[in-house]
Write a protein that binds this ligand. Structure first.
Ligand SMILES: C[S@@+](CC[C@H](N)C(=O)[O-])C[C@H]1O[C@@H](n2cnc3c(N)ncnc32)[C@H](O)[C@@H]1O
Length: 276
């Protein structure tokens, strides 16, 4: 693996914690299992800790890096890979669907900047069928929320959204010592594999996530309270959902059922008012 001495000072505002532990790096790459022909995309290559072994395995890689001071180092380090492409810019604004185009779906990887990891995951989850799978290093606590099960304290908006779209697998924990500079918290590797067919289909996903946000407005309160003025207790009862339940006890299937019923009720209400 090529390593270039870098004079770069890690920047906190870019969430820069560079991976240094070769054992961890090779374990991450083995979990990804890159192969020739994969459309691999790395978010935040930094100083190339994962970039090198990914390129070696797949021969081609596109990276998205926001810190322009890191770009020259990457160009030098990987100059001998003709299929290494650098996109200089913000992954939060990056159009992954356009990058996929008519080609195979993207395999997205990254040791993500922790300050933007949640919006970035939401951006990718909603990128249609652009993504085949994602492997991310995240704060351990975020991975626990992504992979949580209904009924547990970690089950929340992010869990419902991730599991609506994906199979979520928590792979392994990475301690702070694996990075320079060391983060204050443990990290973990997660694999997100978008469902080829959604197990539960919301007629209107925007409405689904609006209702999930409302439901989790106050975790200690009941659905009846959190949904006040938007979803009636009668609607919940029609679906066999007890309005006195708390938001963290509902499954993805139950949230989807609520959203689909509310869509029907809203449409009936609109029709009624048109006639009135
Ligand atoms: C935690 S570091 C990981 C660096 C490298 N992959 C490693 O494992 O050592 C996060 C990387 O993401 C870059 N970055 C931060 N915000 C970004 C954004 N919005 N879009 C793309 N890259 C970003 C940082 O400059 C940095 O290189």
């Amino acid at each position: 693996m090529s390593q270039v001495p870098q004079q770069h000072r890690a920047r906190k505002r870019f969430g820069q914690n560079f991976l240094r532990d070769l054992g961890i790096i090779s374990r991450i790459v083995r979990s990804i299992g890159p192969r020739e022909g994969d459309r691999l995309v790395e978010i935040g290559p930094g100083q190339g800790a994962l970039t090198g072994p990914l390129l070696e395995a797949a021969g081609a890689l596109e990276v998205i890096e926001l810190d322009r001071d890191l770009i020259p180092g990457l160009r030098v380090q990987f100059f001998n890979y003709p299929e290494f492409v650098i996109h200089e810019g913000d992954a939060l604004k990056f159009d992954f669907a356009a990058l996929k185009g008519d080609g195979p779906a993207l395999r997205v990887v990254g040791n993500l900047p922790y300050n933007i990891s949640t919006p970035l995951i939401v951006h990718l989850l909603t990128a249609g069928n652009a993504v085949a799978d994602m492997h991310f290093m995240l704060q351990k606590e975020v991975v626990e929320r992504l992979a949580a099960q209904p009924g547990g304290t970690d089950w929340g908006r992010l869990s419902v959204m991730a599991q609506y779209y994906c199979q979520v697998d928590q792979l392994f924990i990475v301690p702070p010592e694996a990075f320079v500079p060391r983060p204050k918290v443990d990290s973990a590797i997660v694999r997100l594999t978008p469902h080829t067919t959604l197990p539960h289909v919301a007629d209107d996903p925007v409405l689904l996530f609006e209702l999930v946000k409302l439901a989790f407005g106050q975790r200690r309160k009941t659905l009846r309270n959190n949904f006040k003025g938007r979803v009636s207790p009668e609607t919940l009862e029609t679906l066999g959902i007890d309005p006195t339940r708390r938001p963290q006890t509902l499954t993805v299937a139950e949230y989807v059922a609520i959203a689909n019923q509310v869509a029907v009720d809203d449409a009936a209400g609109a029709e009624g008012s048109d006639k009135g």
